[in-house]
Design a binder for this molecule. Structure first.
Ligand code: DGY
Length: 363
């Protein structure tokens, strides 16, 4: 009862953020802290609705859905929602704007970790890592043979044999923001020579670069010269047809829902691999499972799947040998998670105390 009478702004934190970060909240005497207290389990919706009442700040991760119900339960005291993620599809932006609540998020700090995982998934998918490891675990180590477990080389191949010369290799990006650009940088030493991207997946017509984009592209191109020979914005159709490796790194949400569907996958090259490091909702899982089963494409590497975390061994994608599935661990390095948690805390504190937030999303 007393805590409800406290004048200090109340901050509700929906995960334990660990020993490096929790003291940033626990040691403050200008806030009242309410902790769910677990690091590996989301609070039940009821707990959230009850504890958010009268709160000034709410710190969440992307499994907490923030909508009018939560904002209504919070009441007019709520000033800021701070999500420990760069994605914010779990937050109803229009409701937040309507209720005058700010949104903090965690861009930049996870760029390197996610780009690392994207490259890892591309290599795993090309070189049959998932299937190979599962053979070993089943005591079915294959006898070394000339072509057993072979897959397409990720980069260019320079060979005196004209039959295997591959002088160019194209990385395609659906979405070309910070993480995509960091992924491209990592791929160039592997022998990627060309890059195409579609920034606006919801438009299927050819997209020419705007002048600010083309100056950014000129800069990217010159920073990777001479190994990167071309960088251009293309239509979704060209992206599907021309990518040797296709990275999905665009935001989720209704505009990009199932943008990778049967029609898209049928246009891809047979040796192509698809990597999803963004949100599961961009890919129609059944269509991708069919594409893998019927060998329209070579393989897939997924850090995200629509419907996660409720993905079981009988999921059509998990069952596909050429599908390498990770349980959304793109940003899961200790260093990155500590930075994300720290930024989320700074955002929530600044928001409740009326200071400038280090990473506020423009609603
Ligand atoms: C994000 O931050 O949006 C990631 O998906 C979490 O790793």
């Amino acid at each position: 009862v007393l805590s409800h009478l406290s004048k200090k702004p109340r901050v509700v934190v929906c995960r334990d953020l660990g020993p490096d970060v929790m003291p940033l909240l626990r040691e403050r005497n200008d806030i009242e802290l309410v902790e769910w207290g677990k690091d590996n389990q989301a609070p039940p919706r009821d707990w959230l609705l009850q504890n958010v009442r009268g709160a000034a700040g709410l710190l969440i991760v992307f499994s907490e859905k923030i909508d009018a119900e939560v904002l209504e339960a919070a009441g007019p005291s709520l000033k800021v929602v701070s999500t420990m993620s760069v994605g914010y599809e779990h937050v109803q932006i229009s409701d937040l704007a309507k209720y005058g609540v700010k949104l903090g998020y965690t861009p930049d700090v996870l760029t390197d970790a996610v780009a690392d995982i994207c490259v890892m998934l591309a290599l795993m998918a090309s070189r049959n890592a998932g299937e190979s490891m599962s053979l070993v675990k089943q005591s079915k180590w294959p006898t070394w043979s000339p072509f057993v477990m072979c897959g397409p080389q990720t980069g260019t191949v320079n060979s005196p044999l004209s039959t295997i010369q591959r002088p160019s290799r194209t990385a395609g990006f659906l979405g070309f923001g910070r993480i995509a650009q960091a992924t491209l940088s990592r791929l160039i030493p592997f022998g990627i020579t060309d890059c195409i991207y579609t920034s606006n997946p919801s438009s299927s017509t050819s997209s020419s670069s705007s002048s600010s984009k083309s100056s950014r592209d000129t800069q990217i191109l010159s920073s990777h010269s001479p190994r990167l020979r071309s960088l251009k914005s293309v239509s979704l159709d060209e992206l599907a047809r021309q990518s040797d490796i296709l990275f999905i790194l665009a935001p989720g949400g209704p505009k990009t829902y199932h943008v990778v569907n049967e029609e898209f996958l049928k246009k891809m090259q047979k040796h192509a691999v698809l990597v999803n490091g963004a949100r599961g909702t961009l890919v129609d899982s059944d269509a991708l499972a069919k594409a893998l089963r019927e060998k329209w494409i070579w393989g897939a590497g997924l850090d995200v799947v629509e419907g996660e975390p409720d993905i079981k061994e009988d999921h059509p994608l998990v069952k596909e040998p050429r599908c390498n599935v990770l349980p959304h661990i793109g940003s899961a390095s200790f260093e990155t998670r500590i930075q994300m948690a720290t930024l989320a805390v700074r955002n929530v504190l600044a928001g409740v105390l009326g200071e400038e937030m280090p990473a506020e999303l423009d609603l």
